[in-house]
Design a protein around this ligand. Structure first.
Ligand SMILES: *Cc1c(COP(=O)(O)O)cnc(C)c1O
Length: 821
């Protein structure tokens, strides 16, 4: 077994890196590519990758944080090395992959490699659930299956494990070879070949050939026979196990599936012998994924009785963390689908990003992880809690209780969930972020029920990953150095306030803008430190504005005089940063070009007013026919800025672009852009749906279903006439929630279990009715009002408005829920 040496000198040799090592004895425990997620800086090796944001930009800040080892591709860093090691390579991603591939070679326990178009993460997580009893498993965190995620996953391998499970995902030709060389699976698992990611390939066969490269040198290969019927390549594995719905010669031939509402029985001929398993799911995808897992367990010689027992207990995989509002102004993150150190680390990382409350509490059950001693396990956990700055730990379970001495924070321990509930009082929790992390058998649902605020069943679910993806898309459109102001006015276009601002702050936007002072104060109270511009500063709110360090937009002489007078009246004679709005053609707010001389005269009298930026707003940035007008607006702003800078003797930030301006007018980006609707996933100028993802899903549930006959009518004034036997579902959403009455009488549609169904009759205040005839559904089923498939743009168009109005019209009584993968 080749021994891997994690000294930096030896890593430098391995990577053929040009290096200047100031301390060649440093040892590397952690590989890092994300500057924000480094928990132990002194043990980390940071790879400066060139993605949407150039990783080299973060180096100075990381040095300050204590990171001592870097792999870079820009030569200039070598010369600044002082107490820091730099390894220079041509390709930093290639170096990361090479290092992981070498690291992998020292382990010779079985490695399961999973690929396929869907189900990779579910199959991986289920195998983890099914095999943890008798294996010590290392697996990819979350869905780390990319060119970057795979090396980071493989780096988790260690001596105390005896099985590894990694997933590999590709979107382009030639990617799988690289992943194969890093993972080197000994057992291959193919989930399926669906339509996902077809875009990157010339056809299905090319995609299949590419995926199959993962299995080039496996000993054992597990696959769905039906999907490989047309595969022309050869299977290299010594041993294969396949399953099929149609082919009786398959190792596992599925004879019958008996679906009930929430569980199903799968009956199969396993090498000719009839066997059956029960699983607590009845949807198509879960059934296929469970069969794949069944085959893996058979391959590993797990006895049938064991397989049956474990399959019955499969738990749903909630891959996303949800942020909900709790009692007494708390925020609750409930992550109770599995419990192991890896997923604890991910959840703590998310908790750490929550700045809105001063205090962080963790309710943690015993961690179910075989292999390591309780002492070693909880020493590790205690370190994680310190790094995540947990203020209070509530430990539930005999094992964590027995290690109480290891934890430094405020702490309480209970032997089981019941005894915790006996002592529970909601009043103990106030204005804090609470993470619930419990193994399934501890049934933390009972705790979350008590801590979460009751929701009326309509929710607006905000996908924070999509928000980050959209933000990065727009960042990639900017020149290096161009700043980005994110518009979070009007409750972040209906999506929430501090929750959104918090993520934007974490992902380093430069500025925020709100419409009113009150909105800015809410952000400050939630820990937002970014500079914030207020677009409509009311004179009556100046005091609060200055106290909260918010920066006013000054758009005319009245507001200028008011603010200048106010600033002079304050005892502190400090500088006040203001933003001048120039009216270049929108004719809403702003100084006209002809006002500038007078403006300069006044500004000269108030040297404590410092111009932070000068900007204008485009009237028709999305409209190609008005591009000439847009150009004239830009020209006016440039002229005005030049004049102001000359007269004032200093420079300031200049900006004019909103979302459509960013996409359509790169020449107008200037020093900063103001990103609004696009960050929420909507931009008519971006035609490729994969680049942007709408962040909001508005959903509700069916409260009642009834069967009606011709002649019956539905809703007010009998406007919904039934003409054939029909099933009608009532849902809890009405115009008071922001669903326009214009969407009644068949105009609006919603999605019920994947089917589009029309609204029938009049939309009521709190409810409306859907015609669900022919659609398989029941009371309490989920109903999608809009999401990334039935899009808000479509809804807006039907009622003759724009997405902005629909989003900002969603009433405040609709609870916002934030999800994070
Ligand atoms: C709302 C707003 C924006 C953002 O516009 P989008 O079209 O949503 O990107 C930019 N600038 C000003 C002044 C705004 O009021």
């Amino acid at each position: 077994m080749p021994l891997f040496n994690n000294k930096i000198q030896s890593i430098a040799n391995l990577l053929n890196a040009k290096s200047e090592l100031t301390d060649a004895n440093q040892t590397i425990e952690i590989l890092a590519t994300d500057s924000r997620k480094i928990t132990h800086p002194e043990q980390a090796l940071f790879f400066a990758l060139s993605g949407q944001r150039n990783g080299h930009e973060f180096i100075p800040e990381l040095i300050e944080k204590g990171v001592k080892n870097f792999v870079v591709s820009e030569e200039k860093w070598l010369s600044i090395a002082s107490n820091v090691n730099f390894l220079l390579v041509n390709d930093t991603l290639g170096a990361l992959q090479k290092l992981a591939a070498e690291y992998r070679k020292q382990f010779n326990y079985p490695v399961i490699g999973i690929t396929g178009s869907n189900g990779k993460t579910i199959v991986k997580e289920w195998l983890f659930q099914l095999l943890s009893v008798d294996h010590q498993i290392v697996r990819s965190p979350k869905s780390y299956n990319s060119q970057i995620g795979v090396p980071l996953s493989v780096w988790q391998m260690n001596d105390s494990a005896n099985l590894a499970i990694f997933e590999a995902g590709i979107s382009r030709p030639n990617e799988m070879q690289v992943l194969e060389s890093i993972i080197r699976p000994t057992i291959g698992v193919l989930t399926n070949i669906g339509a996902a990611h077809d875009e990157g390939f010339s056809d299905r066969n090319q995609k299949l050939d590419e995926k199959m490269k993962l299995f080039d040198s496996v000993d054992l290969f597990i696959y769905p026979k039906d999907e490989l019927i047309h595969y022309k390549g050869t299977l290299n594995a010594q041993r294969t196990i396949n399953w099929s719905f149609t082919d009786k010669t398959a190792n596992v031939f599925i004879k019958e599936i008996d679906k009930k509402i929430n569980h199903s029985r799968i009956i199969a001929l396993v090498n000719g012998k009839e066997q059956q398993i029960d699983i607590p799911f009845s949807d198509e995808a879960s059934i296929k994924n469970a069969i794949t897992c069944w085959c893996v367990l058979l391959a590993l010689n797990i006895p049938h009785e064991q397989i049956k027992r474990r399959m019955k207990e499969l738990a749903p995989i909630e891959m996303r963390l949800k942020l909900r509002n709790g009692v007494n102004n708390c925020t609750i993150i409930n992550d109770s689908y599995n419990s192991d150190v890896g997923s604890l680390e991910i959840a703590l990382d998310f908790l750490k990003q929550q700045q809105q409350h001063p205090k962080r509490t963790l309710i943690l059950s015993d961690i179910v992880q075989s292999g390591i001693s309780a002492q070693d396990l909880y020493v590790k956990v205690a370190k994680l809690l310190d790094a995540a700055r947990i203020d209070t730990l509530i430990g539930i379970g005999p094992e964590i209780s027995s290690q109480a001495g290891l934890f430094k924070q405020e702490k309480e321990f209970y032997t089981d969930t019941d005894s915790f509930l006996e002592h529970f009082s909601a009043a103990k929790y106030n204005n804090e972020s609470i993470l619930l992390k419990g193994a399934r058998r501890f049934e933390f649902e009972q705790i979350s029920k008590l801590l979460e605020q009751k929701v009326h069943e309509t929710v607006f679910e905000i996908n924070l990953n999509a928000l980050i993806q959209n933000l990065n898309y727009y960042k990639s459109k900017l020149q290096p150095g161009t700043k980005l102001m994110a518009m979070v006015k009007a409750f972040s276009y209906g999506s929430g306030s501090f929750e959104i601002a918090n993520v934007l702050q974490f992902h380093k936007v430069d500025y925020l803008a709100v419409a009113y002072v009150d909105e800015g104060i809410v952000l400050r109270k939630s820990g937002i430190k970014l500079p914030i511009m207020v677009m409509s500063p009311d004179v009556s709110a100046f005091q609060g504005m200055v106290q909260a360090n918010l920066e006013p937009e000054i758009y005319n002489f009245r507001i200028l005089n008011e603010f200048a007078g106010f600033a002079s009246s304050l005892s502190t004679k400090k500088e006040y940063r203001i933003h001048l709005k120039i009216d270049t053609g929108m004719h809403r707010l702003g100084f006209l070009e002809g006002d500038i001389d007078k403006l300069l005269e006044i500004l000269k009298e108030y040297p404590n007013l410092k111009i932070a930026s000068v900007f204008s707003h485009l009237a028709a940035s999305e409209d190609a026919e008005e591009d000439g007008f847009t150009a004239s607006q830009l020209a006016i702003l440039k002229r005005v800025c030049e004049k102001l800078e000359k007269a004032l003797g200093y420079s300031f930030i200049k900006h004019i672009c909103n979302t459509a301006g960013i996409s359509r007018h790169p020449e107008a980006h200037l020093d900063m852009v103001r990103l609004g609707l696009g960050v929420y996933g909507i931009d008519s100028a971006v035609k490729n749906n994969r680049l942007l993802q709408p962040i909001g899903t508005l959903k509700t549930t069916i409260t009642q279903i009834k069967d009606l006959v011709p002649g019956d009518t539905v809703s007010y004034n009998r406007r919904g006439l039934i003409t054939k036997p029909s099933r009608i579902a009532t849902v809890k959403l009405g115009y008071a929630d922001g669903y326009s009455r214009k969407l009644g009488y068949g105009a609006g549609e919603m999605l019920v279990n994947g089917h589009r169904v029309p609204v029938i009759g009049t939309v009521c205040m709190d409810m409306l009715m859907l015609d669900v005839t022919g659609v398989d559904c029941k009371e309490t089923d989920e109903v999608i009002v809009f999401n990334d498939e039935l899009r808000v743009e479509e809804l807006a168009e039907k009622i003759g408005t724009i997405p902005y109005e629909v989003l900002t019209g969603i009433s405040q009584r609709v609870k916002r829920i934030y999800v994070y993968e």
